[in-house]
Design a protein around this ligand. Structure first.
Ligand SMILES: *[C@@H]1O[C@H](CO)[C@@H](O)[C@H](O)[C@H]1NC(C)=O
Ligand SMILES: *[C@@H]1O[C@H](CO)[C@@H](O)[C@H](O)[C@H]1NC(C)=O
Length: 359
């Protein structure tokens, strides 16, 4: 069976980073964290713009989203179920207007999307995953997350199982009339690109994944497709460029959002990770400086997975990171390096994409 895995290609030597192209605004000390996803807008709608139209001006959106931005307005309160041997974790807001299926990447699980709570004692609430869910709920999307059977998603029977689980769940909660959308990251992105042939999505978002468009016949009614990617991964960027063209030529609405690196700061970890204290966030940042894991401007020199930060933490005498939060920190480091990671930073644009493709 074909397993959709792979994905972190070895980063050989120095990854070229085009510093010159970064907007000045980013480096201002008063703009601490921030975003990094520029909506290379969009749409392609051959209908609207014609084939030779130029790319609209890209612009940087500035986002300063903290982990507790939704504190009072939206609460995570999921239901956990077992179905067809896998866990299905979901939540339906009052008066839902659409349904979102979220597909994790390799090594991901449904429990990563939700905070630990009495309803879900095994939930882990990774920073990007949980923010995606909170954004979805706050905009009236019912959210369903499912764990892959193995480490990564597979394209054989698993596709049918997941399709059936989604249909069963939608029907049971009488949500059939609502638009159904999907967002998959990495392995989940490939999976969603294939799932879209058997399940009627009103639109999809493929994150850090080019999809399987060179391995399938693409029907004319294939859903509008948004690619959210990290151009530092140049191989994937090239494939996405090709597939944008392929889909566009079939008359399918497509768009891309490019997510760029951004610098760490003293408050970075505490801003993004629930349960961390200020002092610990600062100490972590200082450790990164001291060890040279970040450059003088705060940018990660390498992918988080390739940075020996856990060893450095162990060697330093002060233990200032609870081991339950190692995964969380790792994710944010990968995000800041912007090579291959789940991201909630362009949530605004992603949900706009879904919302404008619902008829
Ligand atoms: C999933 O589980 C349901 C209920 O247990 C069962 O009826 C269905 O056949 C299963 N589907 C697959 C594809 O295994
Ligand atoms: C913060 O650091 C202290 C020690 O300095 C440690 O006891 C605590 O577990 C840390 N908190 C977290 C959430 O990592």
């Amino acid at each position: 069976m074909f397993q959709i895995g792979v994905f972190l290609k070895p980063i050989v030597g120095v990854v070229m980073i085009k510093r010159g192209s970064r907007s000045k605004a980013w480096q201002g000390p008063r703009l601490p964290v921030l975003i990094a996803c520029l909506g290379l807008i969009l749409v392609v709608s051959i209908l609207l713009m014609g084939e030779n139209s130029e790319k609209p001006n890209s612009s940087y959106g500035l986002v300063k989203q903290k982990w507790n931005s939704f504190d009072s307005s939206v609460q995570l309160n999921p239901t956990v179920e077992l179905r067809n041997g896998t866990d299905v974790i979901w939540q339906i807001p009052d008066s839902p207007k659409a349904v979102l299926f979220l597909a994790h990447g390799c090594n991901g699980r449904a429990v990563h999307f939700w905070d630990r709570s009495p309803n879900c004692p095994n939930c882990i609430g990774l920073p990007e995953e949980r923010l995606l869910v909170l954004h979805a709920l706050s905009r009236g999307f019912a959210v369903i997350t499912i764990s892959s059977a193995g480490r990564c998603w597979t394209l054989g029977e698993e596709r049918l199982v997941v399709r059936e689980i989604i249909r069963w769940w939608v029907e049971r909660h009488k949500l059939e009339k609502l638009p159904l959308v999907a967002l998959g990251a990495s392995s989940g992105g490939y999976f969603v690109s294939a799932l879209a042939k058997g399940l009627r999505f009103s639109s999809i978002a493929l994150m850090i994944a080019e999809g399987l468009f060179d391995q399938m016949d693409i029907p004319e009614d294939y859903p509008p497709t948004l690619f959210v990617h990290m151009p530092k991964d140049s191989y994937r960027q090239r494939k996405i460029g090709e597939f944008l063209e392929v889909l566009r030529n079939k008359g399918i609405d497509v768009a891309e959002i490019e997510c760029m690196e951004f610098p760490l700061s003293r408050n970075f970890f505490i801003d993004r990770i629930p349960g961390l204290e200020q002092a610990n966030s600062t100490k972590l940042f200082e450790l990164f400086q001291e060890k040279g894991f970040i450059d003088e401007n705060g940018y990660m020199r390498s992918d988080g997975r390739r940075t020996r930060w856990k060893e450095a933490l162990r060697e330093s005498n002060a233990i200032f990171l609870n081991k339950n939060l190692v995964h969380h920190v790792q994710e944010e480091l990968n995000l800041a390096f912007a090579y291959h990671e789940m991201t909630s930073l362009p949530s605004e644009q992603i949900f706009k994409w879904f919302e404008t493709h619902m008829s």
